[in-house]
Each structure stands twice: as structure tokens, then as C-alpha cells.
Design a binder for this molecule. Sequence first.
Ligand code: AHG
Ligand code: MN
Ligand code: MN
Length: 342
Amino acid sequence: MRMRVSKVVTIERHIAEEEHLHGGATGEFSRLMRDLTLAIRLISRDVRRAGLNDILGLTENQNVHGEQVKKLDQIANDTIFRAMDHGGHLCVMASEESEDLIPIPQEYPRGKYVLLFDPLDGSSNIDVNVTIGTIFSVYRRVTPDYLGDGTLEDVLQQGLRQVAAGYVCYGSSTQLVYTTGNGVDVFTYDPTIGEFLLSDEKVQIPARGKYYSVNEGNSSKWNDNLKRYIEHLKTPSPDNKRPYSARYVGSAIADLHRTLIYGGIFMYPADSSSPKGKLRLMYEANPLSMIVEQAGGRATDGVRRILELKPTAIHERTPFYIGSREDVLEAEAFLRGEFPAA
Ligand code: AHG
Ligand code: MN
Ligand code: MN
């Protein structure tokens, strides 16, 4: 549900005003977000020009998942690294596009935060002008400052411990959706003044929606309970609550953003060829789950709350069910084999 805003507030001012809500505010977090929004503005510029600068198409190298890395993925990855490596707010970074931890260069100071990111989400949509995005997740380091460089222990924290999470949709407009645990706010980029302006504040996801979002091309590999759930959503009900409409963009941030605003459920389930699903816990599921929970929704792996999962690897995957509370609870009931009387 949108809470349209009339006042003109930039993201910098909004962050500064909210800084006092977080004990020990030193302005370091505000400076971290200032640098991150600069990177996002640069990526937005490159995304908008992708068709013109011949940066479409594949590069020769692949990422850790064996996926062809498209040039825009690399440019976005490098842009975030170069914007974030010297500000003195971070002790370590991790990215979908880098197999191992990304250290802060020796010549720069280290800070108390940790940044994980998916620099470009929805890569399969880059060349066809469909909405793609960026996802980020911020933690406070857990190892002592005197150690200098952050470690894997600082990166592999439960999603519950995130201090901030956000995503950007490079769509009909560039929108940044983010939370620091005080509700979900949406900022829309105005390229004529180079500012992100607050456009919706304290967004709440509807308790139930009429959209389901899943790649049905995988349905032959689903277990029977999941098949029953999807059939249930497609079956007309006397109260007209069903059938739901199917929507699937193929960029998690786009499917998630529609689900946040309109309600319903977005899923990337486990299946017989992907026992942990496809989406990555640390830089896709965790940040998106913090946002949806802050908006009053629910996010699980079909059984457990995403934010409570204990990570063991940077790139680990998790089955993913996220969206309106009632929809996700209903999906979990079907997955447990509990079906309403037909
Ligand atoms: P990325 O481009 O960062 O690898 O993410 C792509 C992900 C996610 O954005 C989307 O929901 C999912 O891949 C789509 O996967 P399928 O094409 O298998 O449906
Ligand atoms: Mn992604
Ligand atoms: Mn990506």
C-alpha cells in the first residue's frame, strides 16, 4: 500500500534525520549510503545507455556460478567497488560477481560496516530492455576493529542482523527501496537534479494479493504439494478470490517490487534439479526479506524464516517464498501437505 509523499525530501536528508534512531550514530552510516547512492546513480546512467554504448552482450569470462557475465554486470560490480572501497566505512565486501571476499585496498581506512551486493539482478533481461536492478545488504562487523580487514565471520551473519537492506529497480523510473529497520521507504530518482526524492514512506504490503509469481517452466521438477498449491491458485473460488493472475518478470527485484506494492507471492522453490532453489541467501533473499518483513509481509524457505537461516557460504542458495503474510502462510500449509477441502 503506497503512502504517497508531498514534502520534498532527498535521501541524504532522510538518512540524516533517521540516523538519530540508531544508537551511536556517528554519521558513518550516512556517508556509506551517500557513496552507495552515487554508485547507483552511475549504474542507472549506464543501464539507461546500455543500448547505445555497445556494452550489451556477453563478455568472455564467467562468474562463480558458471553464468556468462554480461558487461553490465561487471560494470555495475566495478562501479560499486570503486565507489565504496575508499570511504572508510567498510571493513570488507562480498558480491555475487566475486567468488571470495572483496578486501578494502591497503591504502584506504577500514570501517565498522560490511556490504554485500548483487550489482545487477536480472541479467537475463539486460539485452531486452526489461527492468533489472541492484540489491544490497549492510551489517555491522562482529570481529574486533583492531583486526583491520573484515573476515568471513563478518560476512556470514544471519539476515536478522542486517542494519540496512535495499534494492533498486532500473525500470520506467529508477527507484530505490530501502529500510534500516524503521519501515520501508521508496525514493525515486530525478535525473534532472541528480537526486533521489522520497516518493512513498512506510510502505505496507497487503495482507493478501491476487498475483502469484513463479517460473512455471520448472513445474515438471516440483514436488506434488507445490504443484497442488499452484493449481489451487489457478482454480476459481466461489468468493472470487481465485484464480490469481500470473506475473513473472524474471528479475527478482521487479517481481518483488510488484509483490510489495500489489501483494501476492513471489517464489523461487527448490526442485529436483536445484535442491536449494536458485536465489542466493546473502545478497538476494536476506535483503529482500528484511524489506518485506518491515512492510508487514513474510519470507521463508517454505518452512523457516529466511532472516533466521544461519549462512555457511557467501553464495549459498535457498528456496524462497516471499510476499503477503496470508499468501506465504497458505503456501507453507500446502508444502506441509495440509490442503483445504477441495
Ligand atoms: P542475477 O541476474 O543476479 O543472477 O539474478 C537472476 C535471478 C533473479 O533475478 C530472478 O528471479 C531469477 O534469476 C530468474 O531465474 P529463472 O530465469 O530461472 O526463472
Ligand atoms: Mn540476482
Ligand atoms: Mn546479479
